[in-house]
Design a protein around this ligand. Structure first.
Ligand code: SF4
Length: 359
């Protein structure tokens, strides 16, 4: 594990409520595997060649999240796969003709792909890549919470297990969460929301919906700091501030744009400013720079006054997806996502509502 990784893991694990055993898993994984940036350019080129051939021979496609390494995103684009946010990943996988989808992201994304396409083989570079929101919302406790509030419509974020989705009335991603909850509010419904408390508060503020919140959080976005961001805004007076709504409310209140990864990307492409301060996972910089090469991107501070460290705002589980593990899973097919068919059928109902929803 290199120094950056060690720093990142220390940073990610310092103040959060997620299960400690999951963090140990991340550290053990990095001890075994090379991270993408550890590879020489020759090794990367050789792995990419091999992966391209394996994808073709196995009728497989890569479905990658914006937070994964740039090499994986490049490969997904080049080979007719997709790079997107979790809503578009779900849509793409369900409609693509490939027999096998290799989901580069975290476990709930693989599970969603399997629920939407039960006939397909769903592989992931590693099944150990999870999410603090998923870990922080175990089905037994969540189900008991729902049972205590039977009058409320249960709306869960996509970053949850298949079992939690199966217990919900609606699944949403950050790109449609406000619209869905405003729609439910207009129908006179009260909402039980899980698991991200910061996103829940943001939705509540925007939609005026009556929401009871689970207290989960994202270990990456929770680290963005409002006071340090104010200092940075004073240094870059002409910059627009882009914030993902998993960040604390004090940070979203400083934003010019609050939105999902796709919405933040669009802002960088279309807004007139030249400089952007970005509060979301650093993996997004690859696509932002690709789509708007002339724009200046600055990572929002995650600690201290005026901090501009890009490396610390990166999800340790997303970072588990690398070229070597991608090649290995295509060869060995040993990291396959399976979902109990009955559970999958139940989870499909709120997922389908999400896919069908038009604001
Ligand atoms: S960035 Fe946060 S929400 Fe996204 S997968 Fe990582 S821990 Fe989960």
């Amino acid at each position: 594990m290199n120094q950056d990784s060690a720093e990142r893991i220390r940073h990610a694990s310092s103040e959060v409520s997620a299960d400690t055993s999951a963090r140990i898993l991340v550290q053990e994984h990095f001890a075994r595997e090379h991270e993408p940036n550890d590879l020489s350019s020759e090794r990367k080129a050789a792995l990419k060649r091999e992966i391209r051939e394996l994808l073709k021979s196995q009728n497989a496609a890569i479905v990658a999240h914006y937070y994964t390494d740039g090499d994986l995103q490049e490969l997904a684009d080049e080979t007719g796969g997709c790079v997107s946010d979790s809503l578009e990943m779900a849509r793409f996988g369900a409609h693509h003709e490939a027999e096998t989808l290799v989901v580069c992201g975290v476990k709930f994304m693989g599970e969603t792909a399997k629920i939407l396409s039960p006939e397909k083989t769903i592989l992931m570079p590693t099944l150990e890549a999870t999410c603090s929101l998923d870990i922080g919302c175990p089905i037994e406790e969540f189900s008991a919470f729902c049972d205590q509030h039977p009058e409320r419509t249960v709306v869960v974020y996509a970053n949850t297990s298949a079992a939690v989705k199966a217990r919900a009335d609606w699944v949403v991603t950050s790109s449609i969460a406000v619209d869905v909850c405003a729609h439910l509010q207009s129908e006179g419904k009260s909402i039980l929301w899980a698991p991200d408390q910061h996103l829940g508060r943001y939705i509540q503020q925007k939609s005026g919906a009556d929401m009871l919140l689970w207290n989960g959080s994202c270990i990456v976005h929770e680290e963005f700091k409002a006071e340090a961001l104010k200092d940075l805004k004073r240094v870059y007076e002409d910059a627009a501030v882009l914030v993902h709504p998993e960040s604390p409310l004090a940070v979203t209140e400083l934003a010019d744009v609050v939105g999902s990864t796709s919405q933040l990307l669009r802002a960088v492409r279309e807004r007139p400013e030249q400089t952007f301060i970005v509060a979301t996972d650093a993996g997004i910089f690859y696509k932002m720079q690709q789509q708007a090469p002339d724009k200046v991107l600055i990572a929002a501070p995650t600690a201290g006054t005026g901090a501009t460290c890009r490396s610390c705002a990166h999800c340790p589980w997303m970072a588990m997806n690398g070229l070597e593990s991608l090649r290995n899973v295509l060869l060995n097919k040993d990291q396959e996502i399976l979902v109990d068919p009955e559970l999958g059928r139940k989870a499909m109902i709120p997922l389908q509502r999400m896919l069908d929803f038009r604001p």
